[in-house]
Design a protein around this ligand. Structure first.
Ligand SMILES: CC(=O)SCCNC(=O)CCNC(=O)[C@H](O)C(C)(C)COP(=O)(O)OP(=O)(O)OC[C@H]1O[C@@H](n2cnc3c(N)ncnc32)[C@H](O)[C@@H]1OP(=O)(O)O
Ligand SMILES: CC(C)C(=O)C(=O)O
Ligand SMILES: [Mg+2]
Length: 511
C-alpha cells in the first residue's frame, strides 16, 4: 500500500525519558500489549544498554507481542549493540535502532568528534548490527541543526552498511515545517540508495510544532512517524501519536494516508499510559483530553443537540470514549437545560422551563459546577400551582454581638406586597434569624422541633437543603428549602413551614 504511514511508538523509550517516569518490566509489557491492540507497527521498548533491568524489559516486550516489530535503541558502539543482540537478537520480530548526533554543536561540544569520525562510527556500527538484524533504523540525532550535505553523506554510508530505515529527528524541537520538508527533499535528491530505505520523522514539541512538523514531513516522502502516547518524552515531549492517527483519519480527504491504528483503542491506551507513568492528561489536550468532547456554552450545546457535527469533527466513540458531554454551567442555555432534564427522566414544559431557567442562571452565577442533583433540586422546589404563599423571605442582615451572640434584622414580603420587619437575637445566625421571623410573623403556640441540613451535590459551594419541623396547635408542619447560601435556605425552610401552617388557619393568614 503506497499510502501507508507506519507508526513507531517510543513511549517505552523516549517516553520513559520524561522526568519522573520509571516503568518496570511488567508495566512495559502491559503498555506494549495495549500498543499492539492499538495497531502500532513498531515498538521501541527501551535502551538495552541503559541497565540490566531495561534489557530484561526489552526482551519481555519482544516475547509478549507478536504483531509489532520490537526495537531497542543503541549508541554507535559495540557494547550497546551487543546489549540489544543479547536482549532480543534471538527473536524474529525484532530490530535495532542505532543513533549518533550529527550536528556541529553535538559533534564538537558533546561527542568531541570530527565529521569523519562520526561517519566512521555510524557506518561501522550499522555494519556490525547488520550481521544480526535485518531491520536496522539509523538516526542522525539533532538532524535539524546539521549541515544538509553532511546528512546526505551519513545517510549514504549507513545505507551502504545495511540500514533499512533512516530517521532525521528534530531532537530539540527547533525546526519549522518548511525547513523540515526541505531537509527530507534535500536528502532524497542527494543520497544514492535513498529509495531503498524507509524515511522516518521524530519530532519533539519544544516550540509546540511536533505535530505540524511530523505531518508536513509526510508530504516530503516520510512514511514512518515516531512519537509517544499522550505526547510524553524528553523535555516538552514527543509528538502525540494519537494526534497523528486522529489527524490522518479525520483529514483523510486532505492527506490521503492510512495507518494501522485501531482508533477505538486510543482512549484506553492513553488512560493506561497516564496511569502507569503518573503523567496526567491535561483536560484541554487534543484527542484524549477530558474536555475534548465536552461542550459548555449555550450556543455550542444548542448546536450539538441539533447535530453533533456542528461542533465535533471527531466522534468520542471513534476514539473509545463513551459520549459527548454537555457540561452545565453559567454559560448554558435553555435547550441544554431542557435536554438535561429529559436525560434525567423529567419532562418540563416551556413555561416551567422559563421559570426554572432564571433560577438556574442565578444558581450558576454562584456555583462553580452544576451537578445533576442541583438541576433536579431546582425542579423539585418549584412551588405547586395551587399553593398560595402568604409570606416570602426577602433578605436579612446579621450583626455579631459580644459573647458569640447574633442579632438578625429580617424582612419578609407579605402576599399584599407590604414588607414586615423583624428583629431577633440568638446563639447563632440561624437561631437569630428564626427569632427575627417569629417577631415579624407572630404565630402563637408554635415551636420548632427539628432542623436538618444536607448538601445536595458536591463541593464547597454545594447547594444546602434544609428541612424543618414545626409544631403548631398540636399539629406538625414541615418546611423545606434549598439554596447555595445555607442561611437563606434555613430562613426559606422556616417560612415554608409557616406558610403551610397559615394555609390551614384563616386566623394566621391575616396576621
Ligand atoms: C536524543 C536521545 O534521546 S538519545 C537517548 C537518551 N537516552 C538515554 O541516555 C537513556 C539511557 N542512558 C543511560 O543509561 C546512560 O547514559 C548510558 C548507560 C547509556 C551511558 O552511561 P555512561 O557510560 O555513564 O555515559 P554518560 O551517559 O555519562 O555519557 C554519555 C557518553 O556517550 C557518548 N555518546 C552519546 N551519544 C553517543 C552515540 N550515539 N554513540 C556513541 N557515543 C555516544 C557521549 O559522548 C558520552 O561519552 P563520554 O563518556 O566519553 O563523554
Ligand atoms: C534517539 C533519537 C531518535 C531521539 O530520541 C531524538 O533525537 O530525539
Ligand atoms: Mg527523542
Amino acid at each position: 500500500m503506497n499510502n501507508r504511514i507506519y507508526l513507531f511508538d517510543t513511549t517505552l523509550r523516549d517516553g520513559e525519558q520524561t522526568p519522573g517516569v520509571n516503568l518496570n518490566q511488567d508495566e512495559k509489557v502491559e503498555i506494549a500489549l495495549r500498543l499492539e491492540k492499538l495497531g502500532i507497527d513498531i515498538i521501541e521498548a527501551g535502551f538495552a544498554a541503559a541497565s540490566p533491568g531495561d534489557a530484561a524489559a526489552v526482551r519481555a516486550v519482544a516475547k509478549a507481542v507478536t504483531k509489532p516489530l520490537v526495537v531497542s535503541l543503541a549508541r554507535t558502539n559495540k557494547e550497546d549493540i551487543d546489549a540489544v543482540i543479547n536482549a532480543i537478537g534471538d527473536f524474529d520480530n525484532t530490530g535495532i535502532h542505532i543513533f549518533i548526533a550529527t550536528s556541529p554543536i553535538h559533534r564538537e561540544r558533546k561527542l568531541g568528534m570530527t565529521k569523519e569520525q562520526v561517519l566512521e562510527k555510524a557506518a561501522e556500527s550499522v555494519a556490525y548490527a547488520a550481521k544480526h538484524f535485518s531491520h536496522i533504523e539509523f538516526s542522525c540525532e539533532d538532524a535539524t541543526r546539521t549541515e544538509l550535505e553532511f546528512l546526505s553523506e551519513v545517510a549514504e554510508k549507513v545505507i551502504e552498511a545495511g540500514a533499512t530505515v533512516l530517521n532525521f529527528p528534530d531532537t530539540v524541537g527547533y525546526t519549522t515545517p518548511t525547513e523540515y520538508i526541505k531537509l527530507f527533499e534535500y536528502v532524497k535528491a542527494n543520497t544514492p540508495g535513498i529509495e531503498k530505505v524507509r524515511l522516518s520523522c521524530h519530532c519533539h514539541d519544544d516550540l509546540g510544532l511536533a505535530l505540524i512538523n511530523s505531518i508536513s514531513s509526510i508530504g516530503a516522502g516520510v512514511t514512518q512517524v515516531e512519537g509517544c502516547i499522550n505526547g510524553i518524552g524528553e523535555r516538552a515531549g514527543n509528538v502525540a501519536l494519537e494526534e497523528v492517527a486522529a489527524l490522518l483519519e479525520t483529514r483523510k480527504d486532505y492527506y490521503g494516508k492510512e495507518t494501522g491504528i485501531n482508533l477505538v483503542e486510543i482512549a484506553r491506551t492513553s488512560k493506561l499510559v497516564s496511569r502507569l507513568t503518573g503523567i496526567a492528561i491535561p483536560p484541554n489536550k487534543a484527542v484524549v483530553g477530558g474536555n475534548a468532547y465536552s461542550h459548555s456554552s449555550g450556543i455550542h450545546q444548542d448546536g450539538v443537540i441539533k447535530d453533533k457535527s456542528t461542533y465535533e469533527i471527531l466522534k468520542p466513540e471513534t476514539i473509545g470514549f463513551t459520549e459527548t458531554k454537555l457540561v452545565m454551567g453559567k454559560l448554558s442555555g435553555r435547550n441544554a437545560l431542557k435536554k438535561r432534564f429529559e436525560k434525567l427522566g423529567y419532562t418540563v414544559g416551556d413555561e416551567q422551563l422559563k421559570e426554572i431557567f432564571s433560577k438556574y442562571k442565578n444558581l450558576a452565577d454562584r456555583k462553580k459546577e452544576i451537578f445533576d442533583e442541583d438541576i433536579i433540586a431546582l425542579l423539585e422546589t418549584q412551588p405547586s400551582k395551587d399553593q398560595s404563599y402568604i409570606y416570602n423571605f426577602k433578605d436579612f442582615s446579621l450583626h455579631i454581638l459580644p459573647d458569640n451572640q447574633y442579632r438578625a434584622f429580617v424582612n419578609i414580603v407579605h402576599q399584599d406586597g407590604s414588607v414586615i420587619e423583624g428583629i431577633g437575637e440568638g446563639n447563632g445566625p440561624i437561631d437569630a434569624i428564626y427569632k427575627g421571623i417569629d417577631t415579624a410573623i407572630s404565630i402563637p403556640d408554635t415551636e420548632l422541633i427539628d432542623y436538618k441540613i444536607n448538601s445536595i451535590s458536591k463541593g464547597k459551594d454545594s447547594i444546602g437543603e434544609v428541612f424543618v419541623k414545626v409544631r403548631s396547635k398540636g399539629s406538625l408542619y414541615q418546611g423545606r428549602a434549598i439554596n447555595v447560601d445555607i442561611i437563606v435556605a434555613s430562613a426559606d425552610a422556616y417560612i415554608d413551614a409557616i406558610n403551610r401552617i397559615s394555609a390551614h388557619s384563616e386566623d394566621y393568614s391575616t396576621i
